[in-house]
Design a protein around this ligand. Structure first.
Ligand code: AQP
Length: 331
């Protein structure tokens, strides 16, 4: 059976980008067709300035939202990354497989280190090395497919390179995984800055729809989305990114096609109104289930405990095999 792994890091409140680019697909397809593991990858949240209490809060919130969106613990394994030591154990071996230069080329490292420096913050070494930890997250489980948004495909490419290199040097140990992307909305853009990705850790929330935003606020953010001074509604991601972003969001919410949808609208206002309605409808059940689950922290903790037990059992044999293959004395 196909093995799937993917994760969300608790660096901020989950966004529409996380939902359309990743979570929704995990719920609607991946958990039904594969042996799937989904993780709150909390160790990744420590790569930038962080508040310990906030990371803890966001980790529980992310797990609760994953359940609220429809992940079913009977069908998939849901767990917190730091509860399974195998990730960090394997990460070190992969650091011994990776080269400094290939990590410095990572786009997320370049963008986030530039942002940290501009804010007068130090750049943590883990910001450079975390794609290796992500490779460990994936490779520990013999993963075949990694369903991610566009921004993570470079990291999955690195994971593939490390798996191939490790296998060549030390004997076949890892499955070489591939990234899978959603058909539309693989990169939802910021509504106020359509040249930048909608990112949960961005400072200003005006261009970001959070899954737990009230319906009125969602409407307001979408109605105020930056577009352009044109009049015709057409799908042109290069030339008219704000408009294309709205068409992609609407297409993702309604199972439509952005090019065809462009032909349906004669004004930006009507497109924004329908997009806002579609997003509100899509998120309504998630918000309602989140409210119910948030009142039952014991249930969420139990799901995470069982998930970690199951994940540990799956990861340990492969990580032990990697330790043996690389030349370490068995315990
Ligand atoms: N804007 C987006 N459009 C489509 N997919 C997206 N994803 C993230 N943003 C978008 C996908 O969501 C999954 C979980 O992302 P992550 O938690 O690993 O963090 P990230 O990719 O670094 O994205 P964020 O939300 O913008 O976090 P910050 O601001 O902390 O960097 C991934 O599959 C991702 O592709």
């Amino acid at each position: 059976m196909t093995r799937i792994f993917s994760g969300i890091k608790p660096t901020g409140h989950m966004t529409l980008g996380n939902y359309l680019g990743a979570l929704r697909r995990w719920v609607e397809t991946d958990q039904h067709r594969a042996d799937a593991l989904f993780s709150v990858v909390d160790l990744h949240a420590l790569t930038v300035e962080h508040d310990p209490a906030r990371v803890r809060r966001l980790s529980r919130q992310a797990a609760t939202l994953m359940l609220a969106a429809g992940l079913d613990p009977e069908r998939c394994t849901l767990f917190v990354q730091s509860h399974v030591d195998e990730h960090a154990r394997l990460s070190y071996l992969l650091e011994c497989t990776a080269a400094d230069g290939e990590l410095r080329r990572m786009i997320q490292y370049k963008e986030k280190s530039t942002r940290a420096q501009a804010a007068g913050e130090g750049v943590r070494l883990s910001l450079l090395t975390y794609p290796v930890l992500m490779a460990a997250d994936i490779l520990a489980y013999g993963t075949d497919e990694v369903p991610v948004g566009d921004d993570q495909t470079q990291h999955v490419e690195l994971t593939r390179d490390l798996a191939v290199r490790f296998n060549q040097r030390y004997g076949h140990t890892f499955t070489v995984p591939k990234a899978t992307r959603p058909p539309v909305a693989a990169r939802v853009m910021d509504l106020q800055d359509p040249d930048s990705k909608m990112g949960k850790s961005h400072e200003s929330g005006a261009g970001i729809v959070y899954l737990l935003d009230e319906a009125d606020l969602v409407r307001k953010k979408i109605m105020r989305a930056v577009t352009d001074s044109g009049r015709e509604v057409e799908y042109d991601p290069e030339g008219r990114p704000g408009l294309a972003n709205l068409l992609e969001i609407l297409a993702a919410c309604t199972e439509g096609n952005p090019v065809e949808l462009a032909g349906v609208y004669e004004s930006y206002g009507a497109l924004k109104r329908d997009t806002a309605d579609a997003v509100v409808e899509l998120l309504k059940p998630v918000r309602a289930r989140h409210a119910a689950l948030a009142a039952d922290a014991g249930y969420v903790d139990e799901v995470l405990r069982k998930g970690a037990d199951r994940a540990r059992g799956m990861a340990r044999p492969r990580v032990d095999a990697a330790y043996a293959a690389i030349g370490l004395l068995p315990r």
